[in-house]
Design a protein around this ligand. Structure first.
Ligand code: SF4
Ligand code: SF4
Length: 397
């Protein structure tokens, strides 16, 4: 079992309980199983062979958003996410897994399934199926409707600007297969700049598989994504923080030549906002007296991206920026968590929405499609009509 390799790290937990104060799952469930300290106690017993992995230990490990808040505040500097993922991978090898989570992971890890979903979404959109189902007033339907409603059209004519920086754009599954609005915004924002965007046929970044513990498929996907990169480019850019962080982690899981390539790639991986900062982008759009706040996705933790997002927002004319309380607390979506733990996810999103509503903002911006769903889910639960947008969409809408 790979979890044995973390014996020393788990042992570093002093039991101080600081992780309790930041864990969104603990805030709702108020049980030791929810937080990393409790999970470590359990894993310690497994490593010492007092107990064995079981369906129940899986349920406990799955009570985690992988938000990283506990690691950020842990005085013993323990990487809880890596430990929890390793335990999940060990259990998958033993045949102990959550079918729903693995199902979502397999769907996202397979281009064929994603293409089928893409055509299904087009059908649902064109036949206005969600509008028809709206009569039942289900919040899940409202959530999907709001996500598909954001509709930034693709660029028809490209500006004639000299291009000096060549970037490869990793659009991610949400953009490629569910709603291309954010991708279209990326092309629009960079069109009049000196940045040339090139695309390639990538797979999913692999995060759903990594979270489900399916490391074998994750490694295969990481390799094909590296193989899909062109020979010459300046940066690999991402509109989703989660995809960027997953690429940054490839080197930890790959071996040989692929490890070397993944390590070389690290310096080239940038969020679209980092590139906008590099080129000193000046937003042209003027909004009318809007009060705006920002939700920083969990994957912006330990990065400069938060600061950069704020810097770009502060350059936009006519808006008032307000920082909401707990602006970097998890929104509750956490990829497949929204589907595998719907009740818990809704409660976490609802807590998040309370802080956004208290900020008196009219618009909340973010930089992750999954966070869009978490924020909207919480605001719908609170019957709030605060608008949710990706920052890149806000720049062109
Ligand atoms: S904050 Fe870190 S050291 Fe403290 S109880 Fe949580 S995991 Fe253990
Ligand atoms: S990663 Fe987030 S949800 Fe998971 S135990 Fe840590 S604080 Fe809680």
């Amino acid at each position: 079992m790979k979890i044995n390799e973390y014996k020393e790290e788990i042992y570093k937990c002093s039991g101080c309980g600081l992780c309790q104060s930041v864990c969104p799952v603990y805030k709702i469930l108020q049980t030791e199983c929810a937080v990393s300290r409790g999970k470590f106690k359990l894993l310690n017993s497994i490593i010492n062979q007092d107990i064995k992995f079981s369906k129940r230990t899986l349920e406990i490990m799955d009570l985690c958003l992988h938000c990283g808040a506990c690691s950020e505040f842990c005085p013993s500097d323990i990487d809880a996410q890596k430990i929890i993922e390793t335990a999940q991978a060990d259990m998958l090898e033993l045949g102990i897994f959550d079918f729903r989570k693995l199902f979502f992971a397999q769907v996202f890890g397979n281009k064929f399934y994603l293409t089928v979903i893409k055509f299904f979404v087009i059908l649902v959109r064109n036949l206005k199926i969600l509008e028809i189902l709206s009569i039942f007033k289900f919040k899940r339907i409202e959530l999907l409707k709001s996500f598909l409603k954001i509709n930034i059209k693709p660029l028809k004519k490209f500006a004639n600007v000299k291009k000096e920086i060549k970037v490869v754009y990793f659009a991610g599954c949400f953009n490629n297969y569910l709603n291309p609005s954010c991708s279209n915004a990326v092309f629009k924002v960079f069109d009049k700049t000196n940045v040339e965007i090139i695309t390639s046929s990538f797979n999913c970044c692999g995060l759903p598989l990594k979270s489900a513990g399916d490391m074998e498929t994750f490694v295969k996907i990481a390799r094909t994504n590296i193989d899909s990169l062109p020979q010459v480019f300046d940066y690999l850019i991402f509109d989703c923080q989660s995809c960027k962080n997953t690429f940054l982690e490839y080197s930890k899981y790959l071996e040989g030549d692929y490890k070397i390539k993944a390590l070389e790639l690290k310096n080239k991986c940038k969020s679209i906002y980092e590139i906008l900062d590099i080129i000193n982008y000046e937003p042209r759009k003027k909004w009318k007296n809007s009060v705006v706040t920002c939700h920083y996705p969990c994957h912006t933790r330990f990065t400069e991206d938060k600061k950069i997002m704020r810097k770009i927002i502060n350059k936009i004319s006519n808006i008032t920026f307000v920082e909401a309380k707990n602006a970097d607390a998890c929104c509750g979506a956490a990829g497949s968590f929204l589907c595998t733990h719907p009740v818990l996810s809704r409660k976490i999103s609802k807590n998040k929405a309370k802080d956004i509503i208290a900020s008196n903002a009219q618009i909340v911006l973010t930089s992750c499609p999954s966070c869009y769903l978490g924020l909207k889910q919480g605001l719908l639960e609170q019957n709030s009509n605060i608008k949710v947008l990706q920052l890149i969409e806000f720049l062109v809408l």
